[in-house]
Design a protein. Sequence first.
Length: 197
Amino acid sequence: MTPRALLAGLVLCGAVAAGAVASAPKPLPAVEGVMTVEPRVAGDLAMTDQDGAATKLSELAGAPALVFFGFTHCPEVCPATLQKLAIIKRTHPKQLAGLRIVLLSVDGERDTPQVLKAFLARFSEDFVGLTAPAAEVRTLALKFSAPFFKDPPRDGAYLVQHSARVYALDKQGRLRAEIYAVNADAVLGIGRALLAE
């Protein structure tokens, strides 16, 4: 190999390596209550939003999102989590502008688009609700490490046991962090870092 060819090869390798480094996201800040994860696409699923429009989870790409697996008949965890997220977004509008909050239903039987819309309106008109058959959502949830299962019905009513964590997706739709203690510091720390990328 001639010196010129060797130099050209080294330049090309250096450019490829530089491109790889440039496309790799910077590590997220260490925040109490948050576990960062190796960036990965957690999967995709055809769903219906709260307005009845067909969509996919991948269509959230373009802006960071905090995703919560829950359901509208949830007695405590879901309303409390969504209320905290609504308050944090409302009290920090400039810092969190562009950060989406998404409820992914684990109860497709009852969570129709209309039910989701009415439920989310209690917290924020900006929140996104997505629903699909529970069996399909379960496959997606397992990729997030967010398993759930339906309790045996009693008098026709039932609950769904699910993760209380909130999952942070970046602008490319990659899973980047799990928030297991929803509070202002955790949401602001991760939200601002993802919005700045």
